[in-house]
Design a protein around this ligand. Structure first.
Ligand code: WTA
Length: 701
């Protein structure tokens, strides 16, 4: 067994090389029709983007953008591993997504907004209208004193005002930090504080599953939470879901809160020149969970990020200006930033923006929308696929739409769900790309190029052009393909879409993503800095990767990353709780869900009320997505003799598995008590192996 390597931020993992057995799936081939029209069909692209051509190969990506001033250096490594892409250039993301499309596509739809209530009409926004509205909002933001380098936090739902606000920020060089609308006010507040935003932009309300949610209430909580952490918010700018009408019950705070629509009256028809910004100026922050309780602000720079999402939208999503593209992700996550806003717009796409829940009011909704609007590229996550399959396995047949290409993102997809997606949703006409990547990487890493590679259900494929993955074991040795062994997925080389740093925390950036496999911290050579992605993976003999899930203490719930430490800290805000431990549990629809074990302070009797308080604390501190599947009050946590909680044992119990040998624990008896509480007295644990991410969860504590 490999010797444990002490990693700095990652938990220690004692063994990465675990034999992984899974059935090899048959290949599916793209149709000739698809291949004939695809943007990228030249297999020599992989020669052009070979490691021997790095980094100059990425000039091809930079050429897809319009520059105010050319760059002089493709990749500046002088401050490794803080990469500077296209150094010396001047550019603006808003200009590239909006202004430059006016020449050819002025009257073409940029967005078709579909409200959740089915009786409400679509709102079509042409590139000309997008240009006008982005300019007016930019004038407004400039008017409230915002300038390049300032941070603004947005906490907005899926409405066109969100990309408009982001593009207005980008026009000025203001760094936007959009917090997922479903996160709580408190979660938003801590992100406001971390980013140092003095302005919060929100919306009064939005539709979710048939309810008009009072979202303004969250803004008040967020401002208070930020203030308690030491960050004052001067202004809260409130969009109205129905312009001119206030749809929330929470009162506006005089002098602090302003309706955007009121302020915009002063800026009607105004134009704001897009600021020529350095290539490496930050474009946005996107907070994401990691091993510690504090989410990290992944900072993405303008030129590298924008060219990466532009090129991958064109080559992998295969967006042509005449296509109708629909990505159901939320703009509050990286997928929405990269593949609803920046990538598609830079390609002059027509894109559907849907406000609500995919299964509202029934599981036919996505297919009705696709039929009505002529959607031909469809992009979603395995959780939505599983849900739509469960609720309406034959619904797609009822609608006359035709997809040419489909994407899945965010979680591993089981071959069975993949096949339903292919057969029923794609009607065996559409290619599927299973795109593996993460917040930190800006865009796709592991994927097929749909006109070049065959598809293999359950595997993301090889890698995007210019991405050179490697799987390392714990000792830093390469795990060869076809060995049937798993290890830590890394990328050998930097690429333009990679994050620049963690906002305000350079050390954490180096420790989290590079320290494990970097041998010379002073090296300026990119070859010395493989990027540790945070996932376990196996590579089959054909070169395809199968992603096994997170190797850190992150639970991927329905494609949303939640840090177990964040959930545990939320539980500990309940005064009765002495200790909390969170473990991932397999779930038929959501992939993984958190289950919580709590031990109460002495003298506190167990009660449903305490359980309810724990659930509520998670909703308040993080958001409804962090709601635990179960909360168990235990007499004591299973512990090692040195007093550490054995989460691994709890994870085995929650997942109905054998707990293994627990005789070395300080309190082995408690394990059986907990097992009976969770599984019932007579339940037989299944002998089936645990999925990799759960098996390794909390392995050494
Ligand atoms: C997981 C979402 C398997 C993975 C874009 C990663 C996937 C985390 C896939 C990042 C996929 C994403 N197959 N697993 N196709 N795509 N993941 O930052 O564990 O929200 O590390 O970015 O999602 O989640 P994030």
């Amino acid at each position: 067994m490999a010797k444990p390597i002490k990693t700095t931020e990652q938990t220690e993992v004692s063994e990465a090389q675990i034999a992984v057995h899974w059935k090899e799936e048959a290949y599916y081939q793209p149709s000739e029709k698809f291949k004939g029209q695809a943007n990228l069909r030249d297999p020599h692209v992989f020669d052009r983007f070979g490691l021997d051509k790095f980094p100059d190969c990425f000039r091809e990506y930079a050429d897809m953008l319009t520059w105010f001033e050319p760059y002089h250096t493709v990749l500046d490594t002088s401050d490794a591993p803080f990469w500077k892409w296209f150094a010396g250039g001047k550019i603006n993301a808003s200009y590239n997504c909006v202004d430059r499309q006016l020449v050819k596509y002025r009257n073409k739809s940029a967005f078709i907004f579909v409200p959740e209530p089915e009786a409400e009409r679509d709102v079509v926004i042409t590139y000309q209208e997008l240009y006008d509205r982005v300019n007016e909002v930019a004038a407004l933001l400039r008017g409230v004193g915002l300038k390049a380098g300032d941070r603004v936090t947005c906490h907005m739902p899926m409405v066109p005002e969100l990309p408009i606000t982001m593009l207005a920020c980008a026009r000025l060089g203001v760094i936007h930090s959009q917090v997922f609308g479903g996160f709580s006010g408190q979660a938003c507040g801590s992100r406001i504080q971390d980013s140092g935003s003095r302005v919060l932009i929100t919306m009064d309300s939005y539709w979710r599953n048939g309810t008009l949610v009072d979202h303004k209430a969250n803004a008040d909580i967020a401002v208070r939470a930020a203030n308690e952490l030491g960050q004052d918010v001067d202004k809260v700018l409130v969009w109205q879901r129905y312009p001119g009408k206030y749809s929330a019950k929470t009162p506006m705070v005089s002098g602090r809160d302003f309706f955007v629509n009121d302020l915009l009256k002063e800026h009607t028809g105004k134009k704001v020149e897009p600021v020529a910004l350095p290539s490496e100026a930050p474009l946005f922050l996107m907070y994401s969970s990691g091993t510690t309780g504090k989410p990290k602000g992944a900072q993405h720079g303008i030129a590298g990020y924008l060219c990466y999402v532009t090129a991958t939208s064109k080559w992998i999503l295969d967006i042509h200006p005449e296509d109708v593209y629909w990505c159901m992700a939320d703009i509050g996550w990286i997928t929405g930033h990269s593949y609803i806003v920046y990538g598609p717009l830079a390609n002059a796409a027509t894109s559907v923006l849907y406000e609500g829940v995919p299964t509202f009011p029934d599981a036919g909704r996505p297919w009705r929308i696709s039929e009505r609007l002529g959607v031909n590229i469809f992009h979603t996550a395995p959780t939505a696929i599983r849900m739509l399959r469960k609720l309406g396995p034959q619904e797609p047949r009822k609608y006359q739409y035709h997809f040419k290409s489909m994407t899945t993102v965010g979680e591993p997809i089981e071959p069975e769900a993949w096949r339903w997606y292919y057969d029923e949703v794609g009607k065996r006409e559409a290619v599927i790309t299973d795109t593996w990547w993460m917040t930190e990487t800006g865009g796709f890493l592991g994927t097929t190029v749909p006109a070049i590679h065959a598809m293999k259900p359950g595997s993301c494929g090889p890698a995007a052009p210019g991405i050179h993955p490697v799987i390392y074991d714990e000792t830093g040795a390469e795990v060869p393909k076809g060995s049937g062994k798993a290890g830590n997925m890394c990328i050998r080389n930097p690429w333009p879409g990679i994050m620049q740093t963690i906002w305000g925390d350079r050390d954490r950036y180096v420790k989290t993503y590079f320290a494990k496999y970097n041998k010379n911290p002073r090296s300026k050579d990119w070859r010395d800095w493989p990027f540790l992605c945070g996932d376990g993976a196996v590579q089959a003999a054909d070169g395809y990767y199968r992603i096994l899930g997170r190797i850190d203490d992150v639970i991927n719930v329905a494609g949303h990353r939640l840090g177990t430490k964040e959930i545990e800290s939320a539980c500990l805000t309940v005064p009765e709780i002495a200790e909390a431990a969170v473990v991932p549990v397999q779930d038929e629809l959501k992939g993984r869900v958190p289950e919580v074990y709590v031990a109460l302070k002495p003298g506190v009797p167990p009660s449903q009320a305490v359980i309810d308080r724990v659930v509520k604390a998670n909703e308040e501190v993080i958001g409804k997505i962090a709601r635990p599947k179960h909360v168990y009050i235990v007499p004591d946590m299973p512990k090692t003799r040195s007093g550490k909680i054995m989460r691994r044992v709890l994870a085995a119990i929650s997942n109905r598995r054998d707990v293994g040998d627990v005789t070395t624990l300080a309190n082995p008896d408690v394990v059986e008590q907990i097992r009976v509480m969770v599984q019932g007295k007579d339940t037989q644990a299944t002998q089936e192996a645990l999925p990799e991410d759960i098996a390794k969860f909390g392995q050494i504590e």
